[in-house]
Design a protein around this ligand. Structure first.
Ligand code: ADP
Ligand code: MG
Length: 494
């Protein structure tokens, strides 16, 4: 475990009253340097790579930095030497050089190293109410477009070239050429990414445009609510005032006649005013089983599909994602992932995220072997190795944390929202702790990440919760059985 927090952490290396020893001075200098460095690096990486480091020696202008593991040596030399030197020079301009020395005794040595978790506490992000949504003019609500989805960081391959080009064209001339634009393809192949990226691109050029991105589910809910409160006219008016309407996953319009009807009218109104409409679904329009008039509207515009990426594209996507996560992974490892993960891009990303977790938890550089282990754990089921496009017959897949939440919620009849929220009643508390325990034990989520999921709780809170459940399970056979049953349902069985 890497993230335990000790109350008597060695933040201050020596008592201020005592005469300063040479070691104390080195320690203080190192802390000053770390303080310059920390804001320049992503926090998780900073903690991973600077944990258990120390300034061992100073020889004129040369600083000898001690590293706890041989593995860290190359990494520091390649990635952090320049930054470390620059930071050191800000603190003391006579420093000229950084050299490294591996010293195994630094590992977990509280006396000689600095407790980074205490010295550099996580800046808690403040959760704003309704953060997921933004209100546009006239009461129109759009989901917030995720800024990380751009057309530039969407990797283009044979599987998605047409869809990407169409989005680019729409982004530069919304409402002009391809209207509506209909993108279809299997789960996790990049539809949402493209739709949001297009919205982002339009907003970049026209910041004042009313760009609405919504899911079919949300749209349906609004229609239902408007019918209930007899405000249908108002809803219509609102939607007709948008400039660009983006609706994700329209396959969910099937069997919702009233929503289809509303959508049809909205669509026509926007279309006639040459406002851009962008849609996605998991299959082509004619297979959606919608009203004919709606299907034919969709077919009137541009239809582009996204299919499963080939090996080269998968590798390119992995490389791009690793770059975005500031993750330095051996090419052989990326190639291995690309070779063996064929179903969807989301799956590719999932494996990469596991590698990140491994980094954070164990300070282990992912290797082909460790990745192979992760992949094996994730795909115990017989479908896993088959190539699947991801739609129609959805293959059984490894459980995600959402599955954990849903399974625990089902088992104890407590809502997911309650589990994620603040309630302290026992009926909610225990399921919450169990969900955290499962996430930690089976999905190898870090305490920090779990804390974020559970309404930005502090990671120590999560740590205590997990410990508590572990302890309770030792004395309470009933609880142990329950947790085992849930784990089994989730296919986590040992
Ligand atoms: P869908 O909506 O089709 O189910 P998403 O758009 O949610 O899929 O994509 C799943 C993940 O894969 C996202 O994180 C997305 O950024 C990523 N992704 C998919 N295709 C690409 C691509 N060609 N380049 C970069 N990232 C991609
Ligand atoms: Mg999607």
């Amino acid at each position: 475990m890497t993230s335990s927090v000790s109350s008597e952490a060695a933040i201050v290396c020596a008592d201020a009253q005592m005469p300063r020893s040479a070691d104390d001075q080195l320690c203080d200098l190192w802390i000053s340097i770390l303080k310059e460095l920390a804001p320049k690096l992503q926090r998780s990486l900073f903690i991973t790579w600077f944990k258990d480091t120390a300034l061992l020696q100073r020889d004129g202008g040369t600083l000898v930095v001690g590293l706890p593991l041989p593995m860290a040596l190359n990494w520091h030399m390649e990635h952090y030497r320049g930054d470390t030197l620059a930071a050191a020079q800000l603190v003391d301009s006579t420093v000229k050089k950084i050299v490294y020395q591996v010293d195994g005794s630094l590992k977990d040595n509280k006396e000689r190293t600095v407790d980074l978790l205490i010295l550099f506490p996580e800046q808690r992000r403040r959760k704003l109410p309704g953060r997921q949504e933004v209100k546009l003019a006239e009461g129109i609500v759009s989901k917030i477009l995720a800024p990380q989805y751009t057309l530039d960081n969407f990797v283009v391959g044979n599987n998605n070239r047409l869809a990407h080009a169409a989005c680019q064209s729409v982004a530069s001339q919304p409402g002009q050429k391809y209207n509506p634009l209909f993108i279809y393809g299997g789960v996790g192949l990049g539809k949402t990414h493209l739709l949001q990226a297009t919205g982002n691109a339009i907003l970049k050029q026209m910041p004042r445009a009313a760009v609405v991105y919504t899911t079919t589910e949300d749209f349906t809910n609004q229609v239902v609510e408007a019918i209930r409160s007899q405000k249908m006219e108002q809803l219509r008016r609102r939607y007709r005032s948008v400039d660009v309407l983006i609706i994700d996953d329209v396959q969910f319009l099937a069997n919702k006649e009233r929503t289809q009807e509303e959508f049809f009218h909205t669509f026509n109104a926007l279309y006639e005013e040459r406002k851009q409409v962008i849609l996605s679904a998991d299959r082509p329009p004619q297979e959606l089983q919608l009203e004919d008039r709606l299907t034919s509207r969709f077919e009137r515009g541009m239809i582009a599909d996204i299919s499963v990426p080939d090996y080269e594209t998968r590798l390119a996507i992995l490389t791009e994602k690793a770059r975005e996560y500031e993750l330095f992974i051996d090419m052989a490892v990326l190639q291995f992932i690309a070779e063996h993960t064929t179903r969807s891009v989301r799956e590719l990303e999932g494996i990469l995220m596991q590698a990140v977790a491994q980094y954070e938890l164990e300070q282990r550089m992912p290797t082909v072997k460790s990745i192979a282990e992760i992949m094996q754990k994730l795909s115990k089921d017989p479908y896993a190795r088959e190539e699947q496009t991801g739609f129609e017959h959805q293959p059984k897949r490894a459980s995600t944390f959402q599955d954990v939440l849903e399974e625990v919620s089902r088992y104890y009849s407590v809502s997911v929202n309650d589990m994620l929220g603040a309630s302290r009643v026992r009926e909610v508390l225990i399921p919450r702790q169990i969900a955290m325990y499962l996430g930690k034990t089976y999905l190898r989520f870090s305490f920090v990440r779990l804390g974020e999921v559970f309404s930005n709780r502090d990671h120590t809170t999560v740590m205590n919760a997990v410990r508590k459940i572990e302890q309770k399970m030792q004395d309470d056979a009933q609880l142990l059985r329950e947790v085992r049953a849930i784990a089994q349902e989730l296919d986590f069985g040992r």
